[in-house]
Design a protein around this ligand. Structure first.
Ligand code: GAL
Ligand code: MG
Length: 979
């Protein structure tokens, strides 16, 4: 030990273990966009990874790409991504951090333009995690924390225009701040957003605050700062809206101007206007106006400019309703992280646009920026494409929530993070709610931050789950909205009906999308839409955060990996890595893969369910006079949509006819005549309205699918196959012998556990019952004429299932009548049905039933009944951790055929759950990653008399009782024919 302090004052301060130090030398946050005209410093920087922040810099330099995280780059050496949900990755208590503390040193030369002489020069670091220390030419310049917001430093006195400077960014990975950045995601280290250098006049726009109301009132508050001293006379600001100069202000508020001790003068100017016949902003019709705010010298010359795209809209809470422009809008939201499978946290404008375009196409209208302020571009895109945004501050102290919420050492950090978010983002019309953060208990630090926001921006409500969860009906906490996570539907409804509700109820997280999930989404929405007081929620979450990993060396592929994946599946030799795959000892496994899209943004089937639930136009009912259509939007008519009627008949026919959508205002309904004369024959009949975009939308070309509401026009006719005389062959075990089957139909009660089954404790129960390894024993084989009856028993550990199959020869095939009697011990099983396997070569499935995408009993409203066909290999959904997948609900009949049209046909007695895959349930159960699966050449076919709902029990409620399988007798029949 030496007493001598290190020479560097930024290091000497040890800011990584001082929560009171939120910044030093950092400029105040503001909403002036400096991206245009700036010198972009992105690219390869010299890079060294130190083992601790106070280790000497002096080793060999490698290089690292900025923006980026070293944990995803080769420069990161052994410091690889690590995933934890709640627990901190190190043992130290707040505000401590571990002695082994990877610290990245980034350095590069910057040529400061000569024509910046006399100007104020600012360095902006878009984001760095978790502590940023800035040096320029060896001089300490500043410190910043708050990993998802920019930090700006005034370099005017440090650099010389026309000369070259060396900028060094030292990024310390672990700190006191890590304890309040304990979000459920990968831990990384690096500079994750762009770095820029820009110049302004010494007298410049320090901030611009825009308020634009539904009534067309526009108010712009400008803060003008003179870095040179007191504000001189004659300067003024002006505003220009859509090419129209509408106001100027020569009168700064000069309250402090006489005070000659003020060397850093701030003046304020307000300009106001009323815009007649304003086009208002909402998520359906996101009308934006271009606003330019200018600061002028006395001669009129422009000294500084700030450009904004603004929207005129109001947000307010009236009673228990959240209103946008006076309308109680439904919040069809999703939680979104800034995530990319190749870069970790750095997202491009194109990536973000693709995210939002996809969300629009699947019926979402809201985003919660879980759990930190997102890349600034995200909000520009949300304004433009139309989303309601809950902007969330970068505060989550999950592991030590209770200690930190009231810890005064963290008070500054809470207020700093919330206020800086508000200061940056306040001009976005898309942002309708501020969130104080996530999962940080509730304490004085939250109240302090809420107090700051309420004073600074009274135009938007605040939400914070941790405050409101204590009592949804409270009126005196930091949250204006009751925003629970994963509340059961019944609890929400009961609260809304209780007479106690005091504020809107909008779930900040619901319907956990891990693996094959989102069961009961439609039930949530049926409750929301029919219960005043309920307004929606945000699905958890958008992304499966799988990182593209090379299997050979276990490293992330990084930016070179583009093209190594398609449709959710990665190239051989690679996999989507989840927790534990980088050798982490502390991790939370596949819990990081819980989104509605795969890591490459391929939609999961659950999205089709959401799209239908969010349908803007719906079939309300079918009456004798025709079909009643309703407009379920809040602000728009149906003119942006076009429709086509489709009639699917069980006999295989599909008829179509153009649909004329009636002119309906939001909330209106109208009857339209039945588009077809219903053919007398043809059996069961379904009418579908296929709705697409009538013209190009900013998020969808003309003709993009929007929804497909459906109504049944005729029930199926009962059909009896008369027995014929032909023997049925079974073996000594009573197993059917059939030329196309390699494994005869047996009883199955097991499915490869979904993440919900596993984490919800359901599959562990099934295992203790022995459902995964039932032992079949034939009891009797009886022949009466050509009919064969096989009785068998399937023994688990706690009970025995009696199973009977009756094989009856019928025209062209065999009818199989089955019956299974589940003892009371098996009161909640995965499925009751038949499983068999086919010869190879039957590669095409054609079916009449719900589809074309995967559907399950509690996730099936988005899969219309019709005639569908898909190659067997495309039926399966490659969830990151293999599990039950590929099911189709409501299947009436199907064929499985080879290229020469030979194969088999199955007719079911009722609409049933069917799956056809290349995997046995045990193949899926045994694998931990998709790349471990070896497809079988034949097909594994399940026909289920009953299939358990999916629910969301990996985090939140299990499926509802109506989707569970009761014990007792289950019966089903099917006919197997050869094509
Ligand atoms: C919530 C949390 C999210 C995520 C989710 C589970 O409790 O806010 O960040 O952890 O659960 O996936
Ligand atoms: Mg958490």
């Amino acid at each position: 030990m030496t007493d001598a302090l290190p020479a560097d004052p930024l290091i000497a301060l040890r800011p990584w273990e001082a929560p009171e130090v939120t910044s030093w030398g950092r400029l105040p946050m503001n909403a002036v966009d400096r991206r245009s005209g700036a010198l972009l410093l992105d690219g390869d920087w010299r890079f060294q990874l130190l083992s601790t922040p106070d280790a000497p810099v002096g080793g060999a330099w490698s290089s690292s790409y900025v923006p980026g995280v070293w944990t995803m780059q080769s420069a990161g050496a052994d410091d690889l991504p690590q995933y934890t949900n709640v627990r901190m990755p190190f043992a130290e208590f707040p505000p401590g951090s571990p002695a082994a503390n990877p610290t990245g040193v980034y350095e590069r030369e910057v040529d400061v333009p000569a024509d910046w002489a006399g100007r104020r020069i600012v360095l902006q670091v878009g984001a760095a995690e978790s502590v940023l220390l800035v040096h320029v030419d060896g001089r300490p310049v500043g410190i910043s924390k708050d990993s998802h917001l920019a930090a700006e430093f005034d370099l005017t006195e440090v650099v010389r225009p026309g000369e070259r400077s060396i900028v060094r960014l030292t990024v310390v990975k672990w700190s006191d701040a890590s304890h309040i950045e304990d979000q459920d995601q990968w831990w990384h280290g690096g500079v994750t957003r762009s770095v820029l250098l820009y110049a302004t006049d010494p007298l410049h726009l320090a901030d611009v605050t825009v308020r634009a109301s539904y009534a067309g009132e526009l108010r712009i508050d400008c803060r003008v700062r003179d870095a040179g001293g007191a504000l001189p006379d004659g300067w003024y600001v002006s505003g220009e809206l859509e090419g129209q100069l509408f106001a100027q202000d020569r009168e700064f508020d000069r309250a402090n101007a006489e005070d000659d001790r003020v060397s850093d003068f701030l003046g304020e100017a307000r300009i106001q206007a009323t815009v007649p016949e304003v086009r208002t902003w909402n998520a359906e019709t996101p009308e934006l106006y271009d606003l330019t705010v200018r600061l002028h010298r006395p001669d009129g010359a422009v000294a500084d400019t700030s450009r904004h795209r603004i929207g005129f809209r109001d947000v307010e809470i009236v009673g228990r309703d959240l209103l946008v422009n006076g309308e109680r809008v439904f919040i069809r939201g999703v939680n979104r992280h800034d995530f990319h499978p190749l870069t970790g946290r750095t997202v491009s404008c194109d990536d973000m646009r693709a995210d939002l375009v996809l969300l629009k196409r699947f019926g979402f209208n809201a985003i919660r920026t879980s759990h930190y302020p997102n890349d600034p571009t995200l909000y520009d895109l949300a304004d433009e494409l139309g989303f309601y945004v809950v902007d969330e501050a970068d505060i989550e102290s999950h592991d030590h929530a209770h200690e930190i919420a009231d810890d005064p050492r963290y008070l500054g950090a809470f207020v700093d993070r919330v206020s800086r978010m508000v200061l940056r983002d306040k001009n976005h019309p898309s942002i309708i709610i501020w969130s104080l953060g996530n999962e940080s208990d509730y304490g004085a630090n939250h109240d302090a931050a809420a107090g700051w926001v309420r004073r600074h921006d009274p135009t938007r409500p605040i939400q914070y789950e941790g405050a409101a969860k204590l009592d949804w009906a409270a009126t005196d906490d930091a949250s204006d909205i009751a925003c629970p996570m994963y509340a059961p539907i019944e609890d929400c409804v009961a609260h809304a009906l209780s007479g106690e509700q005091t504020r809107p109820l909008i779930q900040c997280e619901y319907s956990h999308a891990m693996g094959n999930s989102n069961g009961t989404l439609a039930d949530h929405w049926a409750a929301i839409e029919s219960t005043p007081g309920l307004q929606g929620g945000f699905i958890w979450e958008f992304w499966d955060h799988g990182i593209l990993q090379r299997v050979s060396d276990g490293r992330p592929v990084g930016r070179a990996g583009a093209g190594l994946y398609d449709n959710g599946v990665v190239a051989p030799g690679h996999r989507w890595a989840y927790g534990g795959d980088f050798g982490e000892t502390i991790h939370d496994g596949a819990f990081i893969a819980d989104g509605v899209v795969f890591p490459d943004r391929t939609p999961k089937p659950a999205l089709y369910e959401h799209r239908e639930i969010a349908a803007p136009v719906r079939i309300e009912c079918y009456r004798h006079e025709g079909i009643v259509l309703g407009n379920h939007q809040h602000f728009r008519g149906l003119d942006w949509l076009s429709g086509e009627w489709e009639l699917s008949l069980a006999d295989g026919r599909t008829l179509s006819a153009p649909a004329e959508l009636p002119a309906l205002r939001p909330g209106e309904t109208a009857a339209v005549p039945l588009p077809f004369e219903l053919p007398r024959d043809g059996g069961e009949a379904w009418l579908t309205l296929r709705v697409t975009t009538a013209e190009d939308q900013p998020w969808a070309p003309r003709g993009t699918d929007v929804c497909a509401p459906q109504v049944r026009l005729r029930a199926p006719a009962v059909r009896e196959d008369a027995p014929v005389e032909r023997p049925v062959e079974v073996d000594g075990e009573g197993l059917l012998i059939h030329p196309l089957l390699t494994a005869a139909p047996t009883l199955s009660l097991w499915r490869a556990p979904t993440d919900n089954d596993e984490l919800g404790g359901i599959a562990p129960r099934w295992r203790t019952w022995g459902l995964d390894s039932l032992v079949r024993k034939v009891v009797s084989v009886r022949q009466e004429g050509d009919r064969v009856t096989v009785d068998a028993e399937y023994a688990g550990t706690v009970g025995v299932v009696r199973h009977r199959q009756v094989f009856t020869p019928v025209e062209g095939g065999i009818r199989i009548d089955e019956e299974a009697e589940l003892p009371d011990e098996f009161h909640d099983v995965a499925r009751v049905g038949s499983v068999f396997e086919t010869v190879e070569g039957l590669d095409l499935l054609e079916w009449f039933g719900q589809g074309p995408w995967e559907s399950y009993p509690d996730r099936s409203v988005g899969a219309p009944v019709g005639h569908h066909s898909l190659p067997v290999d495309e039926l399966f959904t490659p969830y990151l951790r293999p599990q039950e997948s590929g099911g189709r609900h409501g299947v009436r009949r199907f064929t499985l055929s080879a290229a020469d049209a030979t194969g088999l046909a199955v007719e079911l007695d009722e609409p049933r759950q069917v799956s056809v895959t290349r995997y046995r349930a045990e193949d899926l159960t045994a694998a931990s990653h998709h790349d471990e699966l070896v497809p079988r050449s034949g097909c594994v076919v399940h026909l289920d008399a009953a299939h358990r709902g999916l629910g969301t029990a990996s985090c939140g409620p299990d499926t509802s009782a109506s989707y569970l399988i009761p014990p007792g007798v289950h019966r089903w029949s099917w006919t197997l024919r050869v094509l």
